[in-house]
Design a protein around this ligand. Structure first.
Ligand code: KMH
Ligand code: ZN
Length: 272
């Protein structure tokens, strides 16, 4: 079986220090978290940044500092910047970190209710973000929260806005999107082209069961404090790395190798 790519979503835009004291916020903390996640088996860091007060920001300088800190602490790790940002962020700000030409970036494939908010992704904005990714040779990770978004992603491909191989991330369990029911994952996988890559990011209590199913299904896995703050019911995770390490251990039990950064690049067709 292909090697398992583990992505660690170390910070996100919604998790707070009050709820999860181990959340990395400063560039230095993010560098440390990336190093520990790398040592535990992660080959991709999904990156949001925060300002000094801990609020989510799309500030270019902050992305630059965090990327530098992560590169210094975990050389070779793939950095995937978020163009999702926080709910309510303008598209021009969400697009900003693409100027840094990261290897990968998230591309959200549609609008959905997001808890008590609306995560707005207008078709014209999705197209403009995809265009910038193409211009800067950034590989999009297609964030899919419900089945209609697969159709939207396929239309982007048909219209030439994105190229093969497509790389999907099924983000399941957001209140307002598809739940983390395993049948939803199986259905979504059945909709995508055979030659595409996919991973699953389970939100909250869905993180572990979805990861455990993706391993034998041949998909990839995202874990981290952006998506889930707990290790088990009522027990906070000690770190991002603790969540990554558990997935690595299970992969070993299933006989599936965990991808190194080099192997992850080769699998996804990223240039070194
Ligand atoms: N913070 C969410 C509203 C992404 O990174 O592209 C969007 C999000 C997706 O986290
Ligand atoms: Zn994100």
């Amino acid at each position: 079986m292909n090697a398992l790519i583990i992505t660690c979503a170390i910070t996100g835009a919604e998790t707070t220090r009050e709820k999860q004291p181990a959340l990395p916020i400063t560039p230095e903390e993010q560098g440390r978290a990336a190093k520990e996640a790398f040592e535990a088996g992660a080959s991709i860091i999904h990156l949001h940044v925060r300002d000094d007060s801990g609020k989510p920001t799309q500030d270019l300088g902050r992305f630059r500092d965090s990327i530098a800190a992560i590169r210094a602490a975990a050389p070779g790790i793939i950095i995937q910047i978020s163009t999702g940002g926080a709910v309510g962020e303008s598209i021009s700000n969400r697009a900003k970190p693409l100027e840094l030409k990261p290897e990968m970036a998230s591309l959200n494939c549609g609008t959905l209710n997001f808890g008590d908010d609306v995560f707005l992704n207008h078709p014209k904005d999705i197209l403009s973000l995809a265009g910038l990714m193409k211009k800067h040779s950034v590989m999009p990770e297609l964030e899919v929260y419900e089945a209609g978004m697969v159709e939207s992603a396929l239309k982007l491909r048909k219209d030439g806005a994105i190229s093969d191989p497509m790389h999907f991330q099924f983000v399941l369990g957001v209140p307002g999107g598809m739940s983390g029911d395993i049948r939803n994952l199986v259905h979504l996988v059945s909709l995508i082209p055979q030659d595409s890559h996919w991973g699953v990011a389970g939100i909250g209590r869905f993180q572990l069961p979805l990861a455990m199913h993706a391993i034998p299904m041949g998909g990839h896995v995202r874990v981290g404090l952006e998506d889930n703050i707990y290790y088990s019911k009522g027990v906070l995770a000690k770190s991002n790395a603790e969540l990554v390490a558990r997935v690595s251990r299970f992969a070993k039990e299933f006989g599936r190798p965990v991808a190194s950064c080099k192997e992850a690049r080769a699998l996804l067709g990223l240039k070194a």
